[in-house]
Design a protein around this ligand. Structure first.
Ligand SMILES: Nc1nc2c(ncn2[C@@H]2O[C@H](COP(=O)(O)OP(=O)(O)OP(=O)(O)O)[C@@H](O)[C@H]2O)c(=O)[nH]1
Ligand SMILES: [Mg+2]
Length: 279
């Protein structure tokens, strides 16, 4: 196992609030970019981890950062506004999938060429953003996922609970075999998409719950997009992990159901609206 990974600075999920211009418009700008990159943060009670998540964005790595708040009861919206983020508020909780629908609609409406989705819970290492975007820009993949499970010792040493590790591995193995892929995991909250993926995948038809993520990836596979991943070491602490055993089990069963719907659709036995083209 890499010593440098575990020798990283101590986990500091909180961070002083700062203005987002520090990230969007750094004092020494890099060379002009050919693509517009929008980062989206689907947020729910993220007041403690929001600033820390954005502080790790490499300066100049994105052109806009949108936070969609899903009826948080804490100061998420106040902090996001203080930081100068683009903010959309759902007055009522619509769910994690409902949140992402608003995120991606914003990206399409605002001319994004590449979209970065990252949970604002400081679980994923945002320093990897330009690397994930770079693989998309090279044309190697259309979707890049941050893989939290580069190896078992590393995932467990970084705090992933053993039952989440086992269920993640089991579901991922099943999905890889059933879908002809070779991903490290399908359940990441760090994803980068080419615009064409968002234009093609009929994501507005998806669930408003957590299974949205699975449905989206299987739709992307169905429409012929190339999925890949990069290692993004995970960080586990209370604020980074709110999904309990019951909700995780529901998510797992709905994932298996989505794979079954995909196969039934492809076999022509039961057409699913999830896999019909937009329009
Ligand atoms: N919109 C919405 N988002 C939620 C809700 N519950 C959790 N979230 C968000 O969903 C994201 C994922 O939740 P987590 O608990 O971190 O789940 P996870 O990352 O899949 O699972 P872990 O491996 O345990 O971290 C986080 O950014 C949460 O803020 C909810 O009820 N509505
Ligand atoms: Mg998490």
């Amino acid at each position: 196992m890499s010593a440098t990974l575990l020798d990283r600075p101590p986990l500091a999920p909180t961070h002083d609030v700062f203005h987002v211009d520090r990230v969007l418009r750094p004092a020494t700008p890099g060379p002009p970019r050919a693509h517009k990159i929008i980062a989206v943060l689907p947020a729910y009670n993220a007041e403690r981890t929001l600033a820390a998540t954005i502080a790790d964005f490499p300066p100049g790595s994105v052109d806009d950062i949108l936070l969609v708040d899903d009826g948080s009861t804490d100061r998420t919206v106040a902090i996001a506004r203080e930081m100068g983020l683009s903010v959309i508020v759902h007055p009522k909780n619509r769910g994690y999938g409902g949140n992402q629908k608003t995120c991606y609609q914003y990206c399409l409406d605002n001319g994004a060429d590449v979209v970065v989705m990252i949970h604002p819970d400081y679980q994923y290492d945002a320093r990897a953003i330009p690397h994930a975007v770079g693989i998309i820009e090279l044309g190697i993949c259309d979707v890049i996922l941050g893989n939290r499970v580069r190896s078992r010792p590393e995932a467990l040493a970084c705090g992933m609970p053993w039952w989440k590790y086992i269920s993640n591995r089991a579901l991922t193995m099943f999905e890889n075999v059933a879908l002809g892929q070779n991903l490290g995991e399908f359940h990441s909250g760090f994803r980068v998409y080419r615009r064409r993926v968002l234009e093609t995948v009929p994501f507005l038809r998806n669930s408003d719950d957590f299974v949205f993520d699975t449905q989206f990836l299987i739709q992307a596979i169905h429409f012929g997009f190339r999925l890949g991943d990069i290692p993004v070491p995970v960080r586990y602490f209370d604020e980074a992990s709110s999904i309990n055993f019951r909700r995780s089990t529901k998510y797992g069963l709905e994932t298996v159901e989505t794979v079954a719907r995909y196969w039934l659709h492809r076999a022509g036995l039961w057409r699913s609206h999830l896999f019909k083209p937009n329009g």
